[in-house]
Write a protein that binds this ligand. Sequence first.
Ligand code: G3H
Length: 526
Amino acid sequence: MNTIPTQYQITNPIHQKTYLVNGALKTWTGKTTEVHSVISSTKEYQPTLLGSIPYMEKDTAIEALTAACDAYDKGQGLWPTMKVAGRIKCMEKFTEIMKTKRDEVVKYLMWEIGKSLSDSQKEFDRTIEYIYDTIEEYKQIDRDSAKFTKAGGIYAHIRRGPLGVVLCLGPYNYPLNETFALLVPALIMGNTTIFKPAKHGVLLFSPLLEAFQESFPKGVVNIVYGRGRKVATPIMQTGRIDVLALIGNSKSAIALQDEHPHKNRLRLVLGLEAKNPAIILPDADLGLAINECLAGSLSFNGQRCTALKIIYVHDDIKDEFIKRFAKKVDALPFGNPWDEGVKLTPLPEPNKIAYIQELIEDALAKGAKIQNKKGGKTTENFIFPAVVYPVKPTMRVYEEEQFGPVVPVLSFKNIDEPLADIADSNYGQQVSLFGKNVDTLSRLIDTLVNLVCRVNLNSSCQRGPDVFPFTGRKDSAVSTLSVHDALRSFSIRTFVASKDNPYNNAILEDLMACGKSNFMSTDYIL
Ligand code: G3H
């Protein structure tokens, strides 16, 4: 084991003794759960104790919900009625404090989920950029609506208003970025929130609790800890949640929706599973395709919803592709997140190694072979990525979203084969298409854009840049996230209409002149 650089050592575990509810950091006196990292701090392998978090149940969950409902106060609360400029100020204040916590958050990202130092720093910086971009976009939306429209003899002042109380649940692979990509637009549009950190990646929020408390009015941000079943389920059962915002698994999303007694009132913002394919055509630049497939399938050990999770390679080039790809996989350096140049890192989910092993064994039993020398080798906290070929539809690794280090490869003779598979798949997020013949590409693009929501030409799949729409068809998503679209997803168009006559027009003019309504305003926020 390498020595851990001093600045990343765990000297004082974080015992999270407070929780943020109704604007107060209340002391937690109940049961707690220990948080361990799968990374060892000692020569002899043993998980490292990082700290502990409250083990919450129904009572505390309802306390947080009540605080969020009171802060929304049926649309009359301070936050939902506040001027746009006021909400932006609070968000800016939060971001300024958050920026001072970069090192602490990055350190816990590495320990809790095993993300490399550079990727953890990227996750933090991308989140800060996302917040600033959201603020600018909201200003633009506000400027665009600072006017009256007239149709059919009626003046309309149309804006976007909040939806109510939002329950935000983020995933473990981007515990900071994806949780905030839900929370930030939800907040800035005037909703009040309860958020629960993912199962892994919880303590990294501890340095931010005071920033939330200092920056937002009471009850606007409430944080609950614990198991989804214990805290999210009772919150949903009350029927008081207006938006379920979740990035994760469709099973949990469906289970939570099912708990809500008024389905038609519940809006959904969901980013779910995907099985993004790469299609490598015979005229593809093979070196480029191999490098993109390598990063696409194995960045952060394949634990990305946008990861390439199945590779279709044309029969004419399959041998060459597999040989060169397998060699490059074996050359990926494994180590701890802070190790220089590390590409593969420990897997934060203790049961992941056994799951990936099951997928590999199932594929081998049905006729596939591991194509790389190191494929499937395990240690206490890792299983080396296995390139598995030839994969068939009867294999689990073909069907299931592996979300980890195994790369299934199939070969095809006719392009209609992968197209039919993608059409039949339960997922529809993105595809990577490698080739250059424009006749072939044109036909494929015209079909693929109707099966997924982003066709990446000669590059791997990815969410960013965050200003682009991020969504999916079928079981992959509900609603669209981008800096702009997220603001739409967490709000609704609402407006004041007034017939064009002298009586109404005089009132409208007075309303605008007195400046007492925070909604009725033609002021420009610069
Ligand atoms: O886990 C899914 C993430 O949204 C993927 O984002 O493509 O930037 O890694 P990324």
